[in-house]
Write a protein that binds this ligand. Structure first.
Ligand code: XUL
Ligand code: CO
Length: 436
C-alpha cells in the first residue's frame, strides 16, 4: 500500500527548479568541508508530529487524517510504521525519533503498552532493515496520560514515579533493540504550576534519581549512545525545571550526571526561554554538552510552542555555524520536531514541509561554511579580545596577577583605550557573506 501517492522520490534538482517535489539546495551527496551534506545534517523524522499529529488544537478538532486506513489499534500502528518508512524513503531521511506511545497503542494498562511496544519494535526493526534506516533517539511519553498530571519523575505520587520508570525502562529496551544512538528526557510536566503545593527540592532530587536509574539500566544493557535532556522553560507547566541549557548544566553537575547527558536543543524552546537558538547551542557547545537538535521555529508573535517547520535561513545558518564549530554531530542529528499547520491537511503537505525544512538547513549549512571560510567574523571576534594575548591580559587569563597588581597597572594607565563593537557592520557583513 502506498500512503503518500502524490509524493515521488524527492531528488535534488537545483535552485532553478520549479518542481515543488524537488530539493533546490539539499544535495545529499555533495561534499562540503570534506563531508557530504547528508553526513553534516543527519536529518531525522519526528514520529509524533509527522505520523500522529492530526491538526487538533484547543479550539478545534482534527483536520488531518492519520488513520492510515485502519481502525484496529495494532493494525493502525503497523500501517503508520509502513507510512513512516515510505515517507523517509521518499524524502531521503535516514533517521527517525519516537516516543513509546507514538509507535505503539497504549492499550488499557501499562502491561498492555509494554506488550504492544515489544511487538511494534520488532515490526519496526524489520522496516529499518528493509529501508536501511536508523534510530536517532527514543523516548517515553511521560506527560500525556492523566497519571502524570502532577509530573512523572517529579510527581508527588510515588506510583506515578514508578509507572514513569516502567515506561522509561521499556522505551530504553526498544531504543537498544533498534540500535538507537540516543535516549531523550523531555520533562513535559516536570515542573510546577504553583509553589504553594510543591516540594521543589524533593521533586528535583527524585528526577535525578530517575535519570541515574535510567543510565544504570541503559549502560548495564549495552546502551552506548548519549542520554539527552531537552530544555524547555514552560508549557505545559508554568515552570519547567529544565528551563534552558544553563539551568540543565547546573542540574547535571549538582547530581553528577554530566558525563552521561548532553543537550537536545530545540529552537522554539530556546525562544520561549527568552534566548535565541544560537545562544542555547553556544552555551551547550562551550560546556561540551552539545548533543542533538530538534529543528523547528516558533512565531515570535505567539507566546507558545508552535513547532513550525524551520524556514528562517538566518536561524539555520547560525545554527549550522555552531554545529560545525562543535565538531559536527556524533550521536546526535537534526530531528524535525515540527508539525504542519492545521490547515495544511493534505497528505502531501507533510512532504512539502520536510522539503522546506531540509532545504533551509542545506542553505544554512552552505552559508555557515561561507562564514567560516570567509573568516572575517571569526577574525573580528579574535581581534576584539586581542588584549588578553599579551601583557596584562595574558597575566589575567593565566591567573598570574592580583587585584593589587591590576590596581598598580590601572593607576599607571590614565584611562582605558577602547574599540567599537561594530554590531551594525557585522550584521551587514553577514548579509554580504550570505548573499554574495
Ligand atoms: C515538546 C517536545 C517533545 C520532545 C520529546 O515540546 O519538544 O516532543 O522533543 O518528548
Ligand atoms: Co522537541
Amino acid at each position: 500500500m502506498e500512503y503518500f501517492k502524490k509524493v515521488p522520490v524527492i531528488q535534488f534538482e537545483g535552485k532553478e527548479s520549479k518542481n515543488p517535489y524537488a530539493f533546490k539546495y539539499y544535495n545529499p551527496e555533495s561534499i562540503v568541508m570534506g563531508k557530504s551534506m547528508k553526513e553534516h545534517l543527519k536529518f531525522a523524522l519526528s514520529y509524533w508530529h509527522t505520523m500522529c499529529g492530526n491538526g487538533n488544537d484547543p479550539f478545534g478538532s482534527a483536520t488531518i487524517d492519520r488513520s492510515y486506513g485502519q481502525s484496529d489499534p495494532m493494525e493502525h500502528a503497523k500501517a503508520k510504521a509502513d507510512a513512516a518508512f515510505e515517507l523517509m524513503n521518499k524524502l531521503g531521511i535516514e533517521y527517525f525519533c519516537f516516543h513509546d506511545v507514538d509507535i505503539a497503542p497504549e492499550g488499557d494498562s501499562i502491561a498492555e503498552l509494554k506488550d504492544n511496544l515489544a511487538e511494534i519494535t520488532g515490526y519496526i526493526k524489520g522496516l529499518m532493515d528493509t529501508y536501511q534506516k536508523k534510530l536517532l533517539w527514543g523516548t517515553a511519553n511521560c506527560f500525556s496520560h492523566p497519571r502524570y498530571m502532577h509530573g512523572a519523575g517529579t510527581s508527588c505520587s510515588a506510583d506515578s514515579f514508578a509507572f514513569a520508570a516502567t515506561q522509561i525502562k521499556n522505551a530504553i529496551d526498544a531504543t537498544i533493540q533498534l540500535g538507537g544512538s540516543g535516549y531523550v528526557f523531555w520533562g513535559g510536566r516536570e515542573g510546577y504550576d504553583t509553589l504553594l503545593n510543591t516540594n521543589m527540592a524533593l521533586e528535583q532530587d527524585n528526577m535525578a534519581r530517575l535519570m541515574k536509574m535510567a543510565v544504570d539500566y541503559g549502560r548495564k544493557n549495552g546502551f552506548k549512545g548519549d542520554f539527552y535532556i531537552e530544555p524547555k522553560p514552560k508549557e505545559p507547566t508554568k515552570h519547567q525545571y529544565d528551563f534552558d541549557v544553563a539551568t540543565v548544566l547546573a542540574f547535571l553537575r549538582k547530581y553528577g550526571l554530566e558525563k552521561d547527558f548532553k543537550m537536545n536543543i530545540e529552537a522554539n524552546h530556546a525562544t520561549l526561554a527568552g534566548h535565541n537558538f544560537q545562544h542555547e547551542l553556544r552555551v551547550a557547545r562551550e560546556n561540551n554538552a552539545f548533543g542533538s537538535i530538534d529543528a523547528n521555529q516558533g512565531d515570535l508573535l505567539l507566546g507558545w510552542d508552535t513547532d513550525q517547520f524551520p524556514t528562517n535561513v538566518y536561524e539555520s545558518t547560525l545554527c549550522m555555524y555552531e554545529v560545525i564549530k562543535a565538531g559536527g554531530f556524533t550521536n546526535g542529528g537534526l530531528n524535525f520536531d515540527a508539525k504542519v499547520k492545521r490547515s495544511s491537511f493534505e497528505p502531501e503537505d507533510i512532504a512539502l514541509a520536510y522539503i522546506a525544512g531540509m532545504d533551509s538547513f542545506a542553505l544554512g549549512l552552505l552559508f555557515a561554511v561561507k562564514i567560516i571560510e570567509d573568516g572575517r567574523i571569526d577574525g573580528f571576534v579574535e581581534d576584539r579580545y586581542a588584549s588578553y594575548q599579551s601583557g596584562i591580559g595574558k597575566a589575567i587569563v593565566e591567573g598570574k596577577t592580583s587585584l593589587e597588581e591590576l590596581e598598580k597597572y590601572a593607576l599607571s594607565k590614565g584611562e582605558v583605550e577602547i574599540t567599537s563593537g561594530k554590531q551594525e557592520y557585522l550584521e551587514t557583513l553577514l548579509n554580504n557573506i550570505i548573499f554574495g
